[in-house]
Design a protein around this ligand. Structure first.
Ligand SMILES: C[S@@+](CC[C@H](N)C(=O)[O-])C[C@H]1O[C@@H](n2cnc3c(N)ncnc32)[C@H](O)[C@@H]1O
Length: 304
């Protein structure tokens, strides 16, 4: 078994630390790609994980393209070196769509492999990868009219990752909502939104009919006071705070019955705390991922 991990851009060191902690040797590096000889682990800082990688000697550009095409239709190139030769191989492969997702559109389901040139005459390939997108980069359409900032994109990507968007009429709580990108997105998707922040919302978001502002601390809020005691379908949090502070908050919302789906940003200040990441990962039904639209932060998703 062999696995390769493509670090999210700018997060090579964090991924290396994460792999090392799990006992994975990270000495074989190719650009942002860590090539290992062991089975896969769940790596939060990987933009894409290549499963069951294989080294293929190639005789020519045409031979490389033929070998890839004979396995499956779609292949994403990763070319940190030998770029010109890799581009010539790529030109002989069926084109990838690359079209940005529209709001509500799910991830593509057709298999997408990854390949790279280790040497001019050696490819590393993987038919199966963790991401449905080339190099884990999730292209989203620009929604220019409406949102007060671009933060809505990471929540949108979380829904794509989850494989499910809110339904019209769902109740959603947005913790740490100001200025209101997430609340705007939730309202745009048809949710009734309780936007919680000590800071005010952008005026246009506050004026949206389905957005209710609760100008208070998220840490002092009782779930029973938000939607007349009904558990919301979604609890989203982008609160700027130390990761540790989120655990009691998560507990409070997780115990509701039926349990909401939770989408929480985990923001790191300075050093990355891998122990805290493990604690989030250990929550029942939890996944922790660095999304393409995340910065020095991870996204926790709890719920199927
Ligand atoms: C990164 S911003 C959120 C951006 C927002 N998701 C958006 O799309 O516009 C972080 C927010 O956390 C809020 N925050 C910090 N401590 C908080 C607390 N105790 N309760 C509620 N909000 C808090 C800050 O006021 C700030 O507005």
């Amino acid at each position: 078994m062999s696995t390769a991990y493509l670090a999210a851009e700018g997060h090579e060191e964090r991924l290396s630390e994460e792999l090392n902690r799990a006992g994975v040797d990270t000495s074989a590096i190719h650009g942002r790609l860590f090539i290992t000889d062991v089975g896969p682990i769940d790596a939060a800082w990987a933009a894409n994980t290549w499963f069951d990688t294989r080294r293929l000697p190639i005789e020519s550009i045409g031979d490389a393209a033929r070998r890839l095409r004979s396995r499956q239709r779609s292949w994403a190139m990763y070319a940190p070196v030998h770029r010109g030769r890799a581009a010539l191989i790529s030109e002989k492969l069926p084109p990838l769509s690359g079209r940005p997702l529209e709001l509500g559109q799910p991830a593509p389901t057709s298999p997408l492999g990854s390949w790279t040139l280790l040497d001019p005459d050696v490819m590393l390939i993987a038919e199966r990868c963790s991401s449905a997108f080339a190099n884990g980069e999730v292209p989203l359409a620009e929604l220019k009219v409406g949102p007060p900032n671009r933060a809505y994109r990471k929540l949108w990507e979380a829904f794509v990752d989850l494989g499910r968007f809110p339904e019209p009429g769902d109740d959603a709580v947005d913790l740490g909502a100001s200025p209101g990108g997430w609340s705007w997105l939730l309202a745009e998707l048809g949710c009734r939104v309780a936007a919680v922040d000590k800071a005010p919302l952008d005026e246009t978001v506050a004026a949206m009919e389905s957005v209710r502002t609760l100008q208070t601390s998220a840490f002092g809020l009782s779930p029973s006071g938000v939607f007349d005691g009904r558990p919301p379908k979604w609890v989203c949090s982008d609160i700027a705070c130390y990761p540790d502070r989120l655990f009691p908050l998560i507990d409070r919302w997780m115990v509701l019955d039926p349990a909401p789906t939770l989408i929480f940003t985990i923001k790191f200040q300075g050093e990355t705390d891998h122990d805290v990441t493990d604690r989030f990962r250990a929550l029942p039904g939890a996944r922790v991922r660095h999304l393409h639209h995340n910065k020095h932060e991870l996204t926790l998703i709890v719920g199927g």
